[in-house]
Unconditional design. Structure first.
Length: 70
């Protein structure tokens, strides 16, 4: 089995996937119900909601990178 995919190690891809899944869970189940309608994601188009979702996912990834490595 190859150690890399598209030039990145599999571990990095797994970290990206976990950050996206956790970020979407936080956005859709914790934040979106309390946001005004113009900050809701409208599906299949880029809007303020999808930008906020991207920021949440990036923040989750950043927090994941802060944890100590063994």
């Amino acid at each position: 089995m190859p150690q890399e995919f598209l030039g990145l190690p599999w571990r990095r891809w797994l970290e990206y996937l976990i950050a996206i899944l956790i970020g979407n869970l936080v956005y859709f189940f914790s934040l979106e119900p309390h946001l005004p309608a113009w900050l809701h994601h409208q599906g299949y188009k880029f809007d303020f909601g999808s930008a906020l979702d991207l920021i949440v996912c990036a923040a989750v990834y950043g927090l994941m990178q802060l944890r100590p490595r063994h």
